[in-house]
Write a protein that binds this ligand. Structure first.
Ligand code: AMP
Length: 292
């Protein structure tokens, strides 16, 4: 009988939707209901365990699951807390990007890092914050909270907070401003360091599928018309256009249609330059999967 691959996912929270979306683009067809704690899939003979994200590294360490998707910040916290025995990062997944930052009240007397000496900082990431204090020679108190950290200064139980920031809206809503970024984070696939070969090969297949989807998500297929003589100029404007597909245009001997793949942000950064060299009929098409 095939050994089932056990993947731990966050049941609900900032990572759940992104994890399900990524897996579904890889043919898993997951549609978890509120009371689903175990979802069985025929795809790669996989069982999904829907649990709290902070339980995921421990589940993998103890062998209760083989791999899982967590925020890198959570893995770093687990590591710095001295709990990690067998867990490693397998692949970055490029969603749920955020940063772990110290934030202070807009009217705070705290101006720089040395002003943090003697203050109390509320956080859900005590090991990462303690490590930061150690590296910067700061003596401060840590108040551990597992939610609503941003309220701590307002209700007078802390002078500052150390929390995840994504858009910055939560900080703004609570009159807080970011003063120091401790680390940048994104969703990562983590897994047990010593997986059996039959599980390891399926994890490799999973990573290959993830990477095909991630690459496609950040890229666009661009089609445009341009004067034949201006094709070489394109190389300097659009990275990735070193070897574009060039097609004849019927009835326009001096023009060609050009197809190229490039990262979406590159396209937006260069659209005006493309127009300047006479590019017309520009079409930008989403890509579903990209394989090397
Ligand atoms: P925002 O208002 O977009 O800056 O988001 C901040 C709030 O969402 C804070 O409560 C954070 O703890 C939480 N948060 C933001 N990004 C993440 C993430 N990638 N993973 C977990 N929690 C997050």
């Amino acid at each position: 009988m095939t050994t089932r691959l056990r993947i731990a996912l966050q049941k609900s929270g900032k990572l759940s939707d992104g994890s399900i979306e990524l897996l579904n683009k890889c043919n898993f067809n997951l549609n978890p209901a509120k009371n689903h704690y175990l979802i069985k899939s025929n795809e790669l003979a996989t069982d999904f365990l829907m649990i709290r994200d902070d339980d995921i590294p421990g589940f993998i360490d103890s062998g209760a699951s083989d791999v899982g998707i967590v925020g890198e910040n959570l893995f770093i916290e687990y590591q710095l807390a001295g709990l990690n025995k067998n867990v490693e990062i397998i692949a970055p997944l490029k969603f749920a990007k955020c940063r772990l930052s110290i934030a202070i009240n807009q009217n705070s007397n705290i101006k720089n890092l040395s002003d943090l000496n003697g203050v109390t900082i509320a956080t859900s990431y005590p090991a990462t914050l303690a490590n930061f204090f150690k590296l910067n020679n700061i003596q401060a108190n840590i108040l551990v909270m597992h939610g609503s950290v941003e309220l701590a200064p307002k209700i007078g139980i802390a002078d500052a907070i150390c929390d995840l920031v994504s858009t910055g809206t939560t900080l703004k809503e609570n009159n807080l401003i970011e003063m120091e970024v401790l680390l940048e984070s994104q969703a990562v696939l983590i897994g047990h360091k010593n997986l059996k070969p039959e599980l390891k090969s399926r994890v490799d297949e999973l990573v290959f599928r993830f990477q095909s989807v991630i690459k496609a998500k950040n890229s666009k297929y661009i089609m445009l018309h341009i004067d034949k003589q201006n094709v070489p100029l394109l190389r300097d404007i659009l990275p990735g256009a070193e070897a574009p597909t060039v097609l004849e245009l019927h009835g326009h001997p001096d023009k060609v249609a050009l197809h190229v793949v490039c990262e979406e942000h590159v396209f937006w950064d260069t659209i005006s330059k493309l127009k300047n060299i006479g590019a017309t009929s520009i079409l930008v098409v989403s890509i579903d999967k990209m394989m090397e």
